[in-house]
Each structure stands twice: as structure tokens, then as C-alpha cells.
Ligand binder design. Structure first.
Ligand code: HEC
Length: 157
């Protein structure tokens, strides 16, 4: 009995050890009525270009991604919305978790200073406020309606 209890204790999940959903919710997903609402244009695009797309970009071939997995391309809103949970769990701050895995967790904290380049600098770190805003933006963006077909994404035309 004693052994069983110990085994349960050791395999129990220690909180904060791995990627964890931040539990962030969106107060108002409407970018038109919300004067401070975060959008792709006023926040997401700049955040991704500053911290993520040097490795996670659709125009980077496998050998130029420094290990960033395929189908994790953040150079478009469409790409972000393919894996919003993963982004929240890797990089977001919220009521249930503060995730700091990306950027840098897969490369020993090193990042390329140019898109697709070698790991030649310490990864620039998003601030706590930026990580919180990221989680809010992703939570709101997934509640909005998007028409990627008419925008030309995923369309054969
Ligand atoms: C140095 C290049 C690099 C940069 C910059 C980078 N990543 Fe990554 N990313 C990786 C590597 C390598 C992996 C796979 C290894 C890992 O998961 O630790 C990865 C994996 C991921 C995953 C998938 C994890 C999973 O398996 O579900 C997500 C989501 C992610 N990154 C998001 C981001 C976000 C968001 C940013 C910007 C804040 C970012 N990454 C910046 C290299 C990078």
C-alpha cells in the first residue's frame, strides 16, 4: 500500500512543468466595437514577426526552420488559427499558466536574427504584457468569423 501511494505521488503532474492552457477568455471579440481589442493587424502580425516567423514561416523550407515543426506557420492569420491552442500553451500568459517555452525552448534559447538564418543570437523575449496580450488575442481571434476562401487563402482560383 505504501508503495502504491508513493507511485501515485511520483507520477502526478507537477503544475507548470509543461505546456499548459492559460485559461484565457475573450471579453469582447468584436474589433469594431472594442476600442482596445487586439487584432491581427494591431497586435498579432507584429508579435509573430518579432518573435516567431524567423523559424515558423510558410516560405521556409524544412532545413531553414531550425527545427520548427511544419504546419506551424505564423506568417498569416490563417496559419495562427490552425494551431491556436498550441500557441497559447507554448507562449501565452493567463490565469492558469505562464508559458515561456517559445521562443527558444527547442533551440537552447538561441534564435536566428534573420529569417531562416543560423542560430546567431539569444532569442528576443516577449514581455509579460506581450505574452498576456498574445493569449487574449488568440482567444478573441478564434471567436471571430473569418473568410479565408474569399481572401484567396486555400482557394484554387
Ligand atoms: C529558433 C526558432 C524558433 C522560434 C523563433 C520560435 N520557435 Fe516555436 N518551435 C521551434 C522548435 C525547434 C520547435 C519544436 C521543439 C519544441 O517543441 O520545443 C517549435 C515548436 C513550436 C510549437 C509546437 C509545439 C507543439 O509540439 O505543440 C509551437 C506552437 C510554437 N513553436 C510556437 C512558437 C511561437 C508562438 C513562437 C514565437 C513566440 C515561436 N514558436 C518561436 C523553433 C522556434
Amino acid at each position: 500500500m505504501r508503495t502504491l501511494v508513493l507511485a501515485v505521488f511520483l507520477t502526478g503532474c507537477s503544475s507548470g512543468a509543461g505546456p499548459t492552457p492559460t485559461g484565457t477568455t475573450c471579453a469582447d471579440p468584436d474589433p469594431i466595437t472594442g476600442t482596445t481589442t487586439l487584432t491581427y493587424d494591431n497586435f498579432g502580425k507584429g508579435f509573430m514577426e518579432k518573435y516567431c516567423t524567423n523559424c515558423h514561416s510558410s516560405d521556409l523550407t524544412h532545413s531553414h526552420r531550425n527545427g520548427a515543426p511544419i504546419y506551424h506557420d505564423f506568417d498569416s492569420l490563417f496559419g495562427v488559427l490552425e494551431v491556436p491552442d498550441h500557441i497559447d500553451e507554448q507562449t501565452g500568459y493567463g490565469p492558469k499558466a505562464q508559458n515561456t517555452f517559445m521562443p527558444g525552448d527547442g533551440t537552447g534559447g538561441r534564435c536566428p536574427s534573420t529569417k531562416g538564418g543560423a542560430l546567431d543570437e539569444a532569442c528576443p523575449e516577449p514581455t509579460a504584457e506581450e505574452r498576456t496580450n498574445l493569449a487574449v488575442w488568440v482567444a478573441c481571434e478564434r471567436e471571430r468569423t473569418h473568410n479565408f476562401i474569399d481572401a484567396g487563402v486555400g482557394s484554387a482560383n
